[in-house]
Design a protein around this ligand. Structure first.
Ligand code: AMP
Length: 431
């Protein structure tokens, strides 16, 4: 098999790692990849958004399977293009990817399918948006409908704050095209959970539950980021809850997409708020693997799990089970650059010591200079994934490794998975 992984972050390094671990005879390519993928794959100098370049690369390198990491090429129709040129590709078509690229579309699909989600209305004009906000209960949430790299959702304590956010997006255009339409929705309370499922549009294979940490600072403080860490499995994601997610969220959403003529295949990521009564409310859908959730999910899946991606892309998928269970726990900590997320400082030299075998280092924003030194090249620099029998042990091992990796400006959270660890301590105390 000759496989091309599209993208160049930690998620794509993890995908290359898993594809290689499952079948070392696979010939891997990454576009554009990073210094981490370079150890497993041939990096091609093609940007993840260069659709012509990617289609040409698939042809020139006789690629059997393209695995698309990021949302932008999916939303732009990379999978549609590859299918017309006869290349198997894992990921949804542009029409199906609207489940992420248009929150307004996603809300409409959920309303038709009866999927639990916050009550909402969509607006393209500031007048009606402000009038609606004026009558809305507090707190409330204002979201850009389009792709905004994790910066599109703002939880507002007051109507005044929500009105200002709506003006910023619709009038000042601070998020550009992504904020030309906004969604105003009711605030939901509960515990957040990410549930990812592999699907061909009909069959569903649910991956272990994961939780990410969006805020920059420890104790979930500071600005929102692309994600500062993640862990799995999550004790909240019991088999019974995952079954509810299948029945109440995944099945009806996929059926509604198929009914609308845009059958979904790939990985469907449901960002959920689990209410006190266990209802899985959908906050958002993503049309791809999460970053950094992938860096904890792939390492804990049963050996050989990446074969599902090839079978889904080929249209020959007949999974033998409905859930994949984690065979151990994983915690990933993101090492970010000073100034992330707004103005990450680039250029610092990175020093990586020899790490224990149960620690996987996935590169995200790194580059190798002409002299071969590894340097900071992006906001999120490295993902330090530790594997252990328990989440607590994995968190401790990830932290210990993070201490030992050095670069000027290293910014990270030492409390990834803290809530899960506290929960399991409470349970042990109660028992
Ligand atoms: P989203 O991009 O829609 O997943 O939103 C980003 C983050 O904003 C989520 O992970 C939640 O923490 C928060 N959020 C979004 N929508 C809501 C909501 N309706 N109620 C409460 N929190 C929300």
């Amino acid at each position: 098999m000759r496989v091309l992984v599209v993208g160049g972050g930690g998620r794509e390094h993890a995908l290359c790692w898993a594809l290689h671990a499952d079948d070392p005879s696979t010939t891997l390519f990454a576009a554009p990849g990073n210094p981490g993928t370079a150890g497993l794959a041939t990096n091609l100098a093609v940007a993840a958004t260069d659709l012509d370049g990617l289609v040409a690369a698939a042809r020139d390198h006789r690629i059997d399977l393209v695995v698309v990491g990021p949302e932008a090429p999916l939303a732009a129709g990379l999978v549609d293009r590859l299918r017309t040129t006869g290349h198997a590709a894992f990921g949804p078509t542009a029409a199906a990817a609207r489940i992420e690229s248009s929150k307004s579309f996603a809300k409409d699909v959920m309303a038709s399918a009866g999927v639990p989600t916050a009550a909402s209305r969509s607006f393209t004009e500031i007048g009606p948006a402000l009038a609606h906000i004026e009558r809305h209960a507090e707190p409330l949430v204002v979201k850009a409908s389009g792709l905004a790299a994790g910066k599109g959702a703002v939880v507002c304590a007051t109507r005044g704050e929500a009105a200002a956010v709506a003006r910023d997006m619709l009038e000042s255009g601070i998020l550009g095209e992504a904020g030309r339409e906004i969604v105003v929705e009711t605030f939901l309370e509960g515990e957040e959970l990410s549930v990812l499922a592999l699907t061909d549009g009909e069959r569903i294979l649910i991956l272990p539950g994961a939780q990410d940490h969006k805020r920059l600072g420890e104790g979930d403080t500071g600005p929102n980021t692309g994600g500062m860490g993640a862990y799995c499995p999550v004790s909240l994601a019991t088999p019974a809850l995952l079954e509810r997610v299948r029945r109440e969220v995944l099945v009806p959403t996929l059926a509604e997409l198929a009914r609308r003529g845009c059958r979904y295949s790939g990985v469907l990521y449901a960002g959920l708020m689990i209410g006190a009564d266990g209802t899985p409310w959908v906050l958002e859908f993503n049309c791809r693997f999460g970053d950094p959730e992938t860096q904890v999910l792939l390492p804990v899946l049963p050996h050989g799990s990446t074969a599902h991606l090839a079978a889904i892309a080929a249209g020959t998928w007949r999974p033998e089970s409905t859930v994949l269970t984690a065979n151990r726990a994983a915690v990933t900590t993101v090492l970010a650059a000073r100034g992330y997320p707004d103005r990450p400082e680039k250029g610092a030299v990175i020093d990586i010591p020899i790490l224990p075998p149960d620690v996987l280092l996935f590169h995200a924003g790194t580059t190798r200079d002409a002299g071969g030194a590894l340097r900071v090249a992006g906001g999120r620099v490295l993902n330090v994934t530790a594997l252990a029998p328990t989440v607590a042990a994995a968190a401790a091992a990830s932290r210990a490794a993070c201490e030992r990796i050095t670069f000027d400006g290293k910014t990270w959270r030492g409390d990834i998975a803290r809530r899960e660890i506290d929960r399991s301590r409470d349970r042990a105390g109660a028992a």
